[in-house]
Design a protein around this ligand. Structure first.
Ligand code: ZN
Ligand code: ZN
Length: 218
């Protein structure tokens, strides 16, 4: 069984300071077999991490988390930047690149937001649902995502949504064989822990309002 953290932000996201080289080191130390770097609207972090990775037994997937009006859609196995922002066109462009499209935290993020921005059946051709996101504040946010994935027969993924090093590996996807195939065959599982209530999100907020200088520089 392989264990990948499929949702990690590097310093190419304005909300994270993490360096790809250190992300790789920590991910391996925490016994992950692979990671996806999923920066906001760019594949730059994924490109850098993939270039840095020399370990044949560790996979780095180039991804991006694209903000759309239907929520955030993660593209995995990308080759070029996604220019589209219309949800259905984003999914189409991801597929054109041979990638996989997964909706991130459809019911979570935000302390009391309780419903998805979109009915998942409207997102035609979506491959999967992130059924575990460690930055969701409540377990039911992940549970609702799991119910939706099963209802619409979509693949299930998990990731930490790490913005700080301590978060890497808190959420993960378990599967056998190749990830692409496992997602297509819907045999993946998403699992992990969530942050003690809004701790991680609070850290992000503090960082936003100016204490980023307490953390290491870029
Ligand atoms: Zn997100
Ligand atoms: Zn994210």
């Amino acid at each position: 069984m392989k264990k990948y953290d499929l949702h990690i932000h590097s310093h190419f996201s304005s909300c994270s300071n993490m360096r790809p080289s250190k992300i790789l080191r920590i991910a391996k130390k925490r016994k992950l077999n692979g990671i996806a770097i999923t920066d906001h609207n760019t594949i730059k972090g994924g490109l850098e991490a993939k270039k840095l990775n020399k370990d044949k037994n560790f996979e780095v997937i180039i991804g991006a988390e694209i903000k759309t009006k239907a929520g955030e859609i993660i593209g995995y196995y990308l080759k070029r930047e996604i220019k589209e922002r219309e949800p259905l066109k984003v999914i189409k462009e991801i597929h054109k690149q041979g990638g996989i499209a997964v909706i991130a935290h459809p019911f979570g993020h935000g302390i009391i937001r309780k419903c998805a921005k979109v009915d998942l059946k409207e997102l035609k051709n979506l491959d999967g649902v992130e059924v575990h996101n460690s930055r969701n504040t409540f377990h039911w946010e992940n549970f609702y995502a799991l119910v939706a994935a099963r209802k619409y027969k979509l693949a299930e993924t998990g990731g930490s949504d790490a913005h700080f090093y301590y978060e890497i590996g808190k959420g993960y996807t378990l599967f056998k064989g190749s990830l692409k195939k496992a997602i297509r065959n819907k045999t993946t599982k998403g699992d992990g822990r969530i942050a003690p209530l809004p701790w991680a999100r609070g850290m992000s907020m503090l960082r936003k309002i100016g204490v980023k200088y307490l953390f290491h520089k870029r």
